[in-house]
Design a protein. Sequence first.
Lengths: 222, 320
Amino acid sequence: MWRDEIPWPLVWDATRETLIMLGASLAFAVPIGLVIGVLIFLTSPGNFWQQTWVYRLLSLVVNVLRSVPFVILLIYVMPLTRLLVGTSIGVEGAIPPLVIAAAPFFARMTEISLREVDRGVLEAAEAMGTPRLVIIWRVLLREARGGLMAGVTMTAINLVSYTAMAGVIGGGGLGDLAIRFGYQRFRSDVMFVTVVLLIVLVQLLQTGGDRLVRHFSRKTHN
Amino acid sequence: MTVIDHVSLEVAKGEIFGIIGPSGAGKSTLLRCINLLARPDSGTVTVAGVDMTRLGTKQLQEERRKIGMIFQHFNLLSTATARENVAFPLKLQKLPREEIRRRVDELLETVGMREHADKYPAQLSGGQQQRVGIARALANHPDVLLCDEATSALDQETTRSVLELLRDINRKLGVTILLVTHEMDVVRSICDRVAVMHRGRIVESGTTPELLLRPRHPVTRELVRQTEEPDERPGFEADAGGTVVRIFYAGESAGEPVLSEAVSGTSVRFVILRGIVSRIRDVPYGRLTVRLTGPSDEVQAVIEKLGRRGWEVERPDVAG
């Protein structure tokens, strides 16, 4: 089986590509998803800016985007990708579809964590004469930040598995390396190394995320 | 859906006013109409001369800052310390840091939470959390403090200490307190006046002694009965002969020997079978079940004498 040396430079390149795709898409997906999630929450029935139609529309868009398998989305949005970053291939070309896939996911995660916020606390803030934007920023998002961090963690881990498909458009990354070397060239040693690296990456994301969740929730029982 | 209807209520400056009623009566909604967390479809709400229902968003926010509110579940920011929670309304006013710090210390001192300033709500007991809630509500020197079932989640002892704190605040700072509760004990211990709500309407209101001593509406009677529970089951007294009467009195005559004066000079003797002698706010009162023995014309005369002193006498066995 171990016919050749493992091509370490390729492995490191692939790792770097995965990290770039992960970092860049997360950097866009989180703020976009946060805004959409907050809007979905606030326009939902019984809330601050109850707007049933806006709520339904946003909710529908999020559901549609989340239903499309990522491989298909990757190809579907190519024209848009070209418009946004000038190319539809490579690491750059992979980022817009990754954002389009991850933002709706994070939007839902945001909505869920905002729902978890005790409504009584919002009411108390309102009773104190707090302007709504201040309530959203200093109460709603503040109280939800533990849940939001958990959402970021889950989104990042999802993105790791999405990046594996970026190879389809020449985006590279660890998943692509595993397919090209491990599967197509029967290099199970390379496959093994990439899988281990992906596991380590996911583990690091999860542990780091958990730590942030704990830090931000601050609901310590002594 | 109509939750409250035809409610007219006036609360005087500096008093502690209670709104009591069974759950679902609309008490909390009525309270929320005062700072317009619930907006009435019709009618007006005037706080310190300002018609709240006519205010725009900005002005309403300004007015709300002068109305403190505390809640059954305290509603503190779970991600903020006691100090940060109390500082929240002050930061809205954009006060200088130093002044906020000073005021927060002062408020935490008032509610006896100075040493817990840097703890998070989850590290505090219910009573301590409510104290922080009270400090937060008082931050902007409110004229009015709204209390929504503020002691309902607390045990008896903690309830007593929180009520004492509220009474202190009312006396020392002159804050008008409006409180909603389903517990007659809360009303009995601190309210000057009280209104009873039932199905979205106020069915009875008056000063606390008036209402507790002479409840007229069935809902009020039920609420009063729950706290002051004389054993109503027929017992030994019925078979022992004589005339069993229930006596009720309140006010100054409670300190006078009315009963022994009434029997003196007659051959009537009395036994107190059961009773309660207490005071509500500053009014002493008593409810006694008494057996009178003697010739029936003399017993009748005793009962009339008691009546002339303003004591109410019921004769359950003959009144029928």
